[in-house]
Design a protein around this ligand. Structure first.
Ligand code: ISJ
Length: 430
């Protein structure tokens, strides 16, 4: 282990107490964000597609923020933290370490301050699971816990979204040129697929109160995960439909999602299931996931043909994959799979090199974000349909898979639709 890491590690071993309770009345996550403005800059929220499970953190007991992606380091720190805890209450398994690993090792200025491994153990954690609310307080005075509980019933006025001043594409021409260049490299046999992205900027009349985003996401009909991660003055938000990996004991679940058609065509689902270009894009992802998981699994179940994943604005080709893990753990698996060709390309190394050359670094766009618990169960998603907020500016990211028969203008249109979940969240009328 590097010297800086071992120095940091000492920090994690001081004794701490966790007080846990189960709460029976409804808790609205956006009310907590609204009530606890003093923790602004160090809060997070993560919700499943079905909205049947969510995790919320307020304040930081310990932050892992290092400039390299290291599953083993994160696991070690988490284990040291767990060993140092005395739990009064329900179970150490309710504690979750939430965060992610950036897309690549380089720096993206939009994500300044976030670590390449960035994980949080919060002061206050609220977990909604199996219709129950579990509260965990780490190293908090009894009076502060009582104060928190006394405020849970309180309703305060909901914050409003600021007005949108303007929005514009950042690098449309560059994106089109990159698609042409990728297609050229494909005809030379250098690449089979690469996922290229572009950005849009939205200027707001004032900074957003993040509780409004959670309120809008909590009540909408988008069938996607909700990720919101604050770090100081910056917030990363994603509404992704894509799971990277979920581990329960030795069982793993993942899915290939690649191949897209706008939901505005009446026969979009049927067309997508027959579309040669999209089926090819999809099959590359399925094959690569199978190859990446083989060394870590004793058995994998992969359906022979894709199904359709329905979203508000588009349909995707979708293949759910499950398996039995041998000699591995969830963080190792995230690194073995990431980026799948749904976000990188194929061959993986050549695609990564191409992206690096034409786009630079991606920060948390397309990166694995999720949680682990004390049993090393957990779930990571692929953070797409996303934006970084800083002050009164939002930078939105969207990308799409390029294969040899891709047409630049069509890919531009596909990325335009992929901005919609974030534009909708920001109240930009389309
Ligand atoms: C890259 C993105 O989406 C990915 C690319 C897809 C495609 O090219 O069809 C579909 C789903 C995602 O795996 C994005 O939304 O930014």
């Amino acid at each position: 282990m590097k010297e800086a890491e071992s120095e940091m590690m000492e920090d994690y071993t001081s004794r701490r107490t966790i007080y846990q309770i189960q709460w029976d009345k409804e808790i609205l996550p956006y009310q907590l964000f609204n009530l606890y403005q003093e923790y602004a800059g160090s809060r997070y929220f993560f919700m499943t597609k079905e909205k049947d499970e969510w995790l919320l953190g307020l304040g930081v007991e310990k932050l892992i923020n290092v400039n390299h992606r290291s599953p083993s380091y994160v696991t070690q720190v988490f284990n040291k933290m767990l060993e140092s805890c005395t739990v009064t209450g329900i179970s150490p398994n309710l504690i979750r370490l939430f965060g992610g690993f950036q897309f690549d090792e380089g720096n993206n200025a939009d994500f300044e301050g976030f670590g390449h491994s960035h994980f949080i153990w919060p002061k206050i954690q609220v977990l909604f699971k199996d219709k129950c609310y579990y509260l965990s307080f780490t190293n908090m005075e009894t009076s502060a816990v009582e104060d928190f509980l006394s405020k849970l019933d309180r309703t305060i006025a909901t914050a409003q979204l600021p007005q949108v001043v303007e929005h514009h594409n950042v690098n449309e021409e560059l994106f089109l040129a990159n698609v042409r260049r990728a297609v050229g490299d494909m005809s030379n046999g250098l690449l089979s697929k690469v996922v290229l992205s572009r950005r849009k900027k939205v200027l707001l009349a004032s900074a957003i109160d993040n509780s409004t985003l959670i309120r809008r996401g909590f009540h909408d009909h988008e069938h996607s995960y909700f990720v919101l991660l604050e770090h100081g003055a910056r917030t990363y938000v994603s509404r992704t439909p894509e799971q990277l990996v979920k581990v329960t004991g030795n069982h793993l679940a993942t899915n290939a999602i690649a191949g897209t058609m706008s939901a505005k065509f009446a026969d979009a689902k049927e067309r997508l299931l027959r579309d040669h270009k999209n089926l090819k894009e999809h099959q590359i992802v399925v094959g690569s996931i199978e190859d990446d998981l083989k060394p870590y699994t004793s058995e994998l179940t992969v359906p022979a043909a894709p199904d359709i994943l329905s979203n508000r604005y588009f349909y995707h080709l979708y293949t759910p994959i499950s398996g039995t893990i041998k000699n591995s753990d969830i963080l190792t698996l995230t690194q073995a799979m990431h980026p799948t060709p749904a976000l990188g390309g194929f061959p993986k190394a050549e695609a990564a090199e191409f992206i690096q050359q034409v786009e630079g670094n991606r920060g948390f766009y397309g990166a694995p974000i999720g949680y682990i618990d004390a049993q090393m169960d957990g779930e990571f998603v692929v953070a797409i349909r996303s934006m970084v907020l800083a002050g009164n500016e939002a930078v939105l990211y969207a990308g799409c898979g390029i294969v040899q028969d891709s047409r630049p203008e069509e890919e531009l249109y596909e990325t335009e639709i992929k901005f919609k979940p974030m534009l909708q969240l920001l109240g930009v009328s389309q």
